[in-house]
Design a protein around this ligand. Structure first.
Ligand code: ADP
Ligand code: MG
Length: 307
C-alpha cells in the first residue's frame, strides 16, 4: 500500500514527551504516550473487553492515480464494558473512517475488529451508530422511528413499543411520540436518534460528532443529557469528536489521534468523579485536562501534522 503521506513513527511521540514533560508528569494520567504506536495500552481492569481493535489499517483507493491514501495507520484500541471512550483529533485525521470501520460500514485492509470477541465483518445489531445529522425516517412518527430497528429485528410492534417507551422516558421525549421529525428541533431530533440507537440495546454505542450540527447552547444541553443518560444505562460507548471539552466532560478515557494517517498519540484517563454535571467544566481539573490534551494535538500539528 502506498501512502500519500510520509510514514510516521514513534520518534514524533518521543519529541512530544520532550516538548510537554510538565503536562504529563503533573497530571500523571497519561496512560501511554505512544512511543511505539504498534504497542497497545492495556488497562489494569477486570471488566471484560467489549470492543477490541487491533492494528487497524484503512486506506481509500484513488481510482485516478491508483494510489491508496492511508487514513488510519495501525490503530489499536481496547474498550471495556461500560467505558465511555472518545477519540479526538484534527479535522480530516481519520476519526470517522475509524468509527465507520468499527460500525462495519467501511472496510479495513489490515488488522481486526472484535465485539465481544466476535470478528466484525460488516454492520450488525451489536453496534448502533448515531451520526452528526439525525437520520430519521421523515414519514414515521417519533415513536415509530424509535421502534424501527426493533421491528427490523423481528420484534412484534406492541413489544417494540413497550421497549421503546423506556427510552422515550429516559430521554424525556414523552408527549412527542406522535410528532413527525420535521416538527422537532435539531436537538430533539438528535435525542430521538439516541433513543433509537439505545432501544436496539447494542453492545457498543458508536457516536460520530453527535452534537456538531447543533447550536452552541443546544450542544451544551445535549452534552448534559448524554452524560446523564450514559450514567443511567451504563453502555459501552465509542465517540469521536473534535470538541475537546465535550470529550473531557463525557469520557473515562480520551484517545488522541495524530494528523492523517491517524495513529494513537496518547491515551489519557479522565479521573473526574461521576456522576458529573456540566459545571465540572469550570473546575481547575477540567481545565488542566483540556490543556493537556490540547498540548498533544498542538505538538503533533507543529511537528508536521498541519491544522
Ligand atoms: N469515502 C472516502 N473516499 C476517499 N477518501 C475519503 C473518504 N472518506 C474520507 N476520506 C478521506 O479520509 C481522510 C479522513 O477522513 P475522515 O475519517 O472523514 O476524517 P475526520 O472524521 O477525522 O474529519 C480525509 O482526508 C478524507 O478526505
Ligand atoms: Mg468526521
Amino acid at each position: 500500500m502506498t501512502s500519500a503521506h510520509p510514514e510516521r513513527n514513534g520518534a514524533e511521540s518521543t519529541e512530544l514527551l520532550a516538548k510537554y514533560p510538565a503536562a504529563s508528569k503533573k497530571m500523571g494520567n497519561v496512560v501511554k504516550f505512544a512511543s511505539d504506536n504498534r504497542r497497545p495500552y492495556t488497562p489494569v481492569d477486570s471488566r471484560i473487553i467489549k470492543l477490541s481493535v487491533k492494528d487497524l489499517v484503512i486506506g481509500y483507493l484513488d481510482k485516478q492515480t491508483g494510489n491508496t491514501m492511508v487514513a488510519v495507520d495501525k490503530v489499536t484500541v481496547d474498550i471495556r464494558e461500560g467505558e465511555f471512550v472518545t477519540i479526538v483529533g484534527l479535522s480530516g485525521c481519520g476519526k470517522s473512517t475509524f468509527l465507520n470501520s468499527v460500525a462495519g460500514l467501511v472496510k479495513h485492509q489490515q488488522g481486526e475488529i472484535r465485539v465481544n470477541d466476535r470478528i466484525v465483518t460488516g454492520p450488525g445489531r451489536d453496534r448502533s451508530v448515531v451520526f452528526q445529522k439525525a437520520s430519521l425516517l421523515p414519514w414515521r412518527k417519533v415513536g415509530r422511528n424509535i421502534t424501527y430497528g426493533l421491528e427490523l429485528s423481528g420484534m412484534k410492534p406492541a413489544e417494540a413499543r413497550i421497549k421503546a417507551s423506556h427510552y422515550v422516558n429516559l430521554i424525556r421525549l414523552n408527549g412527542f411520540e406522535d410528532h413527525y421529525p420535521h416538527q422537532l428541533s435539531g436537538g430533539m431530533q438528535q435525542r430521538v436518534n439516541l433513543a433509537r440507537a439505545l432501544a436496539c440495546d447494542p453492545e457498543v454505542l458508536l457516536l460520530d460528532e453527535p452534537f456538531a450540527a447543533l447550536d452552541a447552547i443546544t450542544r451544551e444541553l445535549m452534552q448534559g443529557e448524554l452524560l446523564e443518560l450514559c450514567e443511567k444505562v451504563g453502555k459501552t460507548v465509542l465517540m469521536v469528536t473534535h470538541q475537546i471539552d465535550e470529550a473531557v466532560l463525557l469520557s473515562d478515557r480520551v484517545i488522541i489521534f495524530s494528523a492523517r494517517p491517524a495513529h494513537v498519540l496518547a491515551d489519557i484517563s479522565i479521573p473526574i468523579p461521576r456522576p458529573r454535571k456540566n459545571h465540572v467544566k469550570d473546575s481547575d481539573q477540567f481545565r488542566e485536562l483540556m490543556a493537556q490534551i490540547w498540548s498533544v494535538i498542538e505538538g503533533n500539528a507543529n511537528i508536521g501534522g498541519g491544522i
